[in-house]
Every structure is written in C-alpha cells, then in structure tokens.
Design a protein around this ligand. Sequence first.
Ligand code: SF4
Ligand SMILES: [Zn+2]
Length: 334
Amino acid sequence: MIDKIINLRNNVKRENRPDQYVSLWFEDEPYKNKREKSMVLVLRTRGCFWFYHSGCTMCGYYNDTNPTNVTDEDLLKQVERAKEKYSGEKIVKIYNSGSFFDRNEISQEMQLKILNTFSDAERIIVETRPEFINERMLENFYEFKNKIMIAIGLESSNDEILENSINKGFKVDNYKRAAELLLEKNFALKTYVLLKPPFLSEKKSIDDAISSIEFASQYSEIISLNPVNIQNNTLVEYLWRKGYYRSPWLWSVVEVLKRTAYLKKVVSFPTGPGKERGAHNCGKCDDEIIHAIEEFSFKQDIDILNNIKECDCKKNWKYIIEMEDLTFSTIGVQ
Ligand code: SF4
Ligand SMILES: [Zn+2]
C-alpha cells in the first residue's frame, strides 16, 4: 500500500510559488452556539512531513505544497497579502497542508508572527499532528491560550483502521497523550473524525465514526465529522477509479450525526457534497440533506435531521448497510 501511495504521488507536478498562499475564502463557522463569519487561509509550505514518508490514503493536500522549502520571508509575504483581505472576522482558520507546529514547515518565529498578525480575531484555528504537541512548545504559545483552537485529525480511534485503512502513521495513544495535555493546559481542541476510509464497508465506517467521536468527545470542544471526498493522486482515488471505492452516502453522515447528537458538539461540513467524489445519495435528495446537515451543525437540533424527507434511495442505502458486510472483500485490489 505504501509503495502505491508513493508512486501515485510521484506523478504530481507541484507549482513552485513560495510567496503565494494556496487559497483564501470566507465561510460561516459555528462558534459559541452561533453562526459566525470566518476567514480561511491556506498557506503554501513544503507540507506535511508524512507526505515525504508516504502519507494518508485519502489526503491530496500534497498537490498544493511547494516543491522547495518556503522561507520565513516568503511566508511573511503570504501572510501580509492575506491580512489585506481580512476584515475583522471573529474566526480565522490557518491551514498549511500539514502541521502548523512543525518547525520544518513553519519556523517557530513565524508561527508566533502569524498568530500575532491575526490577533484581532477572537479565535484562530490551526491544524497539527499530535507529535508536535508537547509541554515546552505549549509554553511558547501561552499568551494565545484563550485564542487558539488546535485541530488534530484523529480520523479513527481504532489502531487497526489507522494503520491499515488510513496509513496515518500514529496511534490512538499519540492522540490521547496530546489531547490530555491540551486539556490539562486549557487549550481548546477540535478533532476531525473520518467517515469511510477505504477497505471498510459503509456499516463498519458508520460504527467506527460513532465510536471515534465518542472517544474524542472527552477531550474535544468540537468534533468535525469529515466524510471522505476523493482527492487527486491519492490511494482512495486509485481505488475509486478501479471501482473498489464509493464515497460515503449522505444517509451515513446523517446516521452518525443522529447517533452522536446527544454530545452537542459534533458538526459536519462535507467537501464536495452531492458530487460523485464527495458524500452523495441518489442526486434527487442530496440538496435537502446537505442543507439539513449544515443547519444541524449550526443549531445542534436533532429534529432537523429527524425531519428529513424519506427518499427511495434510502431503501438502497439500508440494503447496503444490511448486506454489504456479508459480501465485503478487498481481495483483488492490486
Ligand atoms: S497527517 Fe494530515 S496533512 Fe499529513 S498526510 Fe495525513 S491527512 Fe494529510
Ligand atoms: Zn435519494
């Protein structure tokens, strides 16, 4: 599997634009039980160190990374340009196709500079793998303790799935250690849970997402359920092209949200929903369900999910849930 991921990645032609951020947009974000405006900035860096080993089976962020190192001066230009677009949104999300706290991607000086640049925001969300969270490093960010939310992609609380379906490169215990430390030091944690990594049936992926959410909820202020969307040059895309993978049903997203709604902290904003590469149903009912999922994510009102109109395709989905495990096999995938 690792060889396949690496081969697929070798085909990628990355753009060398070290002083240009990848993208910037505005979107609503649930914050303190309200719908608030946020600015999302994707910085261009060399990207996640895990890409250079192999990478996660569903992750296509590598496509947006820079083939050469990005210097502090380059990053400063990216951030200054982004600052020009910022108009006081309460929330700023700063992503870098990897780990914000990995000093090989962003030097510590720049990490602090970036946070200071957007210190007018009430909340700044950054992403990292758990390896980069430790006591000493958190001390350096103490002044931002009430401002930053640290997002970690746990994906699954099952080590076997982390290893064999996602190739995550860390274990649940690594997440647990980082999450416990964040909790102890009063830093807010957001956890991403993946719905339907490859080699899992629809039913198993629902069950795994639910148990992963329940596990992560003890540490997390918010949990984002991320249904897999099929990204370019990934193992998931390779399997999909061969007919061995279908992105999750929107009914599955609804099912997970309903069964974890009691936690009042699970949201989902699927990428590319209603499209073949994103979570989708039959095409007729997708729009209504996408809208309900979004509304639920802002309001945490389970009635929004319970009131979704039935569609004929729900029978097919139920049938798949009941039957797929009886026939499920990945034999033949090469
Ligand atoms: S750890 Fe995150 S950024 Fe790195 S390969 Fe996995 S999903 Fe992508
Ligand atoms: Zn339908």
